[in-house]
Design a binder for this molecule. Structure first.
Ligand SMILES: Nc1ncnc2c1ncn2[C@@H]1O[C@H](COP(=O)(O)OP(=O)(O)O)[C@@H](O)[C@H]1O
Ligand SMILES: [Mg+2]
Length: 281
């Protein structure tokens, strides 16, 4: 059974068909790329999976259970965490507080204990801070714990957002253009952190990304959306070679996406685990 199974999902906004009959699978521990031109429906699909909006049609199942009707926080409890296309950390708070707030979701003692500051709440707070510190150390950003998020360079804010998602102990991590706006060194560092997190936790990743060399380097499998429709899927090499994908990006006969004069992303580590195939595509 696949970890995430999206079947026949459709979503319209007025006259715009943001998603039309989209089906895809993410297996446990897999890193799956989701590419497609702007407006293709990628973020809309994430919003449907994370529960921010309901699809008009279709089914989204996580670990075999239909997610329909579950609000975002319930999906987070089940193990679905995401980052946003525009970084959404609490900029006025420290890195530690950002991470602790997320970690607290899992160690939370409950509202009554929190409000009354009962011992259970203090224990939960300590546990959340401990988890935040452990995670920051694991990701190599422990020296930033005391920094105010808004003061950090953009690349580090992206890492904090990722760390915060990892504090939720996800089994599925949804990354929405997490490397956009990063230079090649920051991108390589970010990819390394994602691979390290996957290796350590076994979390699967569904990664929306425009940087095709990056997708090719880190993803086990890739899907391509165009105008709300799935136009290709396969290994990154297969989708980049697909005539329909080339057409979607460049017009008929054009170059492969991301291939036009771009050097491959520098220094993306070649740490890959065996591709798993328990879900049948
Ligand atoms: N909340 C919304 N209201 C109206 N239209 C939307 C909304 N969200 C997305 N859209 C439209 O749906 C289409 C897909 O958008 P989006 O999912 O953001 O694409 P992508 O992330 O692939 O760039 C676009 O035409 C966009 O304008
Ligand atoms: Mg988007």
């Amino acid at each position: 059974m696949a970890l995430l199974e999206i079947s026949g999902v459709a979503k319209r906004f007025g006259g715009v068909a943001a998603l039309t009959d989209v089906s895809m699978l993410v297996n446990r521990g897999e890193i799956v790329g989701l590419i497609g031109p702007n407006g293709a429906g990628k973020t809309t699909l994430f919003n449907c999976v994370s529960g921010l909006i309901p699809p008009d049609r279709g089914r989204i199942a996580f670990d075999g259970s239909d997610l329909a009707g579950l609000p975002p926080h319930a999906r987070a409890w089940l193990g679905i965490a995401r980052t946003f296309q525009l970084v959404q950390t609490f900029t006025a708070m420290t890195v530690e507080d950002n991470l602790a707030v997320a970690a607290h979701t899992f160690t939370g003692a409950g509202l009554v204990q929190d409000v009354l500051r009962l011992p259970g709440a203090r224990r939960a707070e300590r546990a959340a801070r401990e988890r935040a510190r452990v995670l920051a150390t694991f990701l190599g950003i422990e020296h930033l714990l005391g920094a105010t998020c808004g003061d950090l360079p953009f690349g580090l804010q992206r890492q904090v957002e990722l760390a915060r998602a990892l504090c939720l102990r996800p089994r599925l991590l949804l990354l929405d253009e997490a490397a956009s706006g990063l230079d090649s060194t920051e991108t390589a560092a970010f990819a390394e952190v994602v691979l390290k997190a996957r290796a350590a936790t076994g979390a699967a990743v569904l990664w929306i990304e425009h940087d095709v060399p990056l997708v090719s380097e880190v993803c086990d499998y890739a899907y391509v959306l165009d105008f709300g429709e799935l136009i290709a899927e396969g290994t990154p090499a297969e989708v980049v070679a697909s005539p329909r994908v080339r057409e979607a990006y460049m017009g008929s006969g054009g170059a492969a996406p991301g291939a036009a004069g771009e050097a491959p992303t520098a220094g993306v580590p070649a740490v890959r685990t065996r591709r798993r195939r328990e879900g049948v595509r």
